[in-house]
Design a protein around this ligand. Structure first.
Ligand code: SER
Length: 606
């Protein structure tokens, strides 16, 4: 393989597909043009949906190629590891009811082996293995056509993996739209297999996905069923950052030429190196990733997204504030967001002229947001230092839950920062006491402020309350879809996501997941009041309330009812009405332990 730059990769890709009859079209805005279902463009197909659906012909023809800027923030908490990014570029070639599998796969193979210089021996591929029974409802055949094409190109049977829908199907999850089976290409890094089941898709690092060819023959309708689209489209996606990482042999995307000037600037601005090496690495990566995404959002030609409290604005605010928080671990002085935006603009301006065009406004917005958040943090830190001094003066070493809560609630100081600063100061924090104070506060303030957004950062504890009510809806939906044995085993809620463990012997199917999401969203849309009363365990159970088996309850318990959808014994707090929740989305369904599954989900528009 060759060691090329991102600029060279884009150019080589577009030229190659131009030589195959494709028209090079400009990528779309990262802020969706006319689509209220997503906050940002999350994949190359997004802006092309009307053409993929056949609603109108594309003015540039039926063979297109482009580079699309994408923002995906669903995994924002995973950023800081070696691979997750909230912004990336995707190279794509498109057939709008023109060529199909044979051409798409052959050209992918040709590009990888002749233009990028991968050896055919390094390639492993996956294809859709089909599902259901012939003649029955929901039957979709295995993609043997793709298998035959790969074989004709010299890929042997043992490097062709037939995998189920969760691996080899692409389509907008949980919503309607064009979709279909795909074939994914992986580069074998030559590492040892991590075990007998190691295969493309395994996360051990042996196989790295480089490209995805989607054969869009289906439409997912409002009932969640797959109906024939009546067209055969091709949507392919090759991630620029990941490909460059692999070709250069860099250990992570942050070590590639793409990030080099950004990482260098962060290094230059840093004045301390955290002792905790992982925190140091994570902080640099978070600052780099979040600032790149924020800069692209603020400079987007469509404009209009500013740091704020709801929707896309809130995502942008979180990105900037998270970068500011982590910059502090590196001892980076205030004013850094503007400096990084300049470096990012310089790196990308030849490809994305909007960066230079909108840089002045972008810098003004960054500066204002950084200042606002720094003031909050400064006040919080000053308070924290006072608290720490007093404790030490009295020979104490633990910050009480009440104090930690005051820092958070009154001074807007993130609890996480209290934990980190306490750690540095050799103090501990009463975490349970903090949660307790938080809960009590919620009970008191629920009626007056539930669902509203306070000035500044969205109040974390309110998000948690909304997530908590969503958890009850999720539990109820699991009962409806899977039956009464899908019982809660555990629950953990943060401001970012809810996590719910329940007894269930096998992986949920995509249909079951879609059904659960649909039910929860219907209940949210229905605006059902949440009622609360004090009763006894016996009475609650007689009313059909769910209670945790084996849990110990006192004489009196609180019973929360959401219309006739859900009844659970619970301490609260909850919102007053399900309409306060915003859309519900399952992000992950995975095994937690034997016989227990784990769902991670989010609410709001993120
Ligand atoms: N839409 C597919 C993806 O995002 C291929 O472009 O992976």
């Amino acid at each position: 393989m060759k060691n090329i730059t991102a600029d060279e990769l884009r150019e080589t890709y577009l030229k190659f597909f131009e030589s195959k009859g494709h028209t090079i079209i400009p990528g779309a805005s990262v802020i969706p043009e006319n689509d209220p279902t997503v906050l940002f463009t999350t994949a190359g197909m997004h802006p092309l949906v009307p053409y993929l659906m056949g609603q109108m012909p594309h003015p540039a023809g039926t063979r297109l190629t482009d580079v699309q800027k994408c923002v995906r923030t669903g995994d924002i908490d995973a950023v800081g590891d070696s691979a997750h990014l909230t912004f990336f570029e995707m190279l794509g070639n498109w057939s709008l009811n023109d060529y199909f599998k044979k051409e798409a796969i052959s050209w992918s193979f040709e590009f990888l082996t002749t233009k990028l210089g991968f050896s055919p021996d390094q390639l492993s591929v996956t294809v859709f293995r089909g599902e259901g029974k012939e003649g029955e409802d929901g039957y979709i055949p295995a993609d043997e056509e793709a298998v035959e094409i790969w074989k004709s190109l010299g890929i042997p049977e043992e490097r062709i993996y037939r995998l189920p829908r969760e691996d080899n199907w692409w389509g907008p999850a949980g919503t309607t739209g064009p979709c279909g089976p795909d074939t994914e290409m992986f580069i074998d890094t030559g590492k040892e297999k991590c075990g007998p089941d190691c295969r493309p898709g395994c996360h051990c690092g042996k196989f790295i996905e480089i490209w995805n060819d989607v054969f869009m023959q289906y439409n997912k309708n409002a009932e969640g069923k797959f109906e024939p689209l009546g067209r055969h489209n091709v949507d392919t996606g090759m991630g620029v950052e990941r490909t460059i990482c692999m070709m250069s042999g860099a250990p992570t995307v942050y070590d590639t030429e793409i990030f080099a000037p950004i990482m260098a600037k962060i290094g230059e601005l840093s004045t301390v190196t955290p002792e905790d090496a992982e925190l140091a690495l994570k902080s640099r990566r978070i600052v780099a990733d979040h600032m790149r995404t924020a800069t692209f959002i603020l400079c987007d030609p469509k404009g209009g997204v500013k740091p704020g409290n709801v929707g896309a604005n809130y995502v942008l605010r979180r990105l900037i504030r998270r970068a500011v928080r982590y910059s502090r671990f590196l001892g980076i002085a205030p004013g850094f967001t503007v400096k990084l935006a300049e470096v990012i603009c310089e790196k990308y301006r030849n490809v994305y002229p909007e960066l230079a065009e909108n840089l002045v406004q972008c810098k003004a917005d960054l500066e204002a947001e950084e200042n606002r958040f720094n003031q909050t943090l400064d006040k919080g830190e000053a308070m924290f230092n006072k608290v720490a001094e007093q404790l030490k003066a009295h020979g104490q070493s633990q910050i009480s839950g009440k104090t930690a809560f005051k820092l958070y609630d009154t001074f807007g100081f993130p609890f996480e920062m209290t934990l980190e600063m306490a750690d540095k100061a050799g103090l501990t924090v009463d975490k349970e006491g903090f949660e307790e104070a938080n809960r009590k506060h919620q009970e008191l303030s629920r009626t007056t402020s539930a669902g509203s957004f306070k000035a500044g950062l969205q109040d974390n504890s309110e998000v948690v309350t909304r997530m908590h009510t969503a958890t009850h809806l999720l539990h109820a939906a699991l009962h409806r879809v899977l039956g009464p044995t899908a019982n809660q085993k555990g629950s953990n809620i943060t401001a970012e996501r809810l996590r719910f463990d329940f007894t269930w012997p096998e992986k949920m199917t995509p249909e079951q997941i879609a059904e659960v999401e649909k039910l929860v969203n219907e209940w949210i849309a229905a605006g059902i009041a949440v009622d609360k009363k004090t009763t006894t365990v016996e009475e609650a159970k007689n009313e059909g309330a769910m209670a945790l088996f084996g849990a110990k309850y006192g004489e009196q318990v609180t019973l929360y009812s959401i219309g006739d959808v859900s009844k659970e014994i619970c301490c609260g707090p909850h919102v007053a009405n399900t309409s306060e929740l915003g859309s519900f989305k399952i992000q992950k369904e995975q095994s937690s332990s034997a016989g227990v599954r784990r769902i991670k989900a989010v609410i709001g528009n993120m």
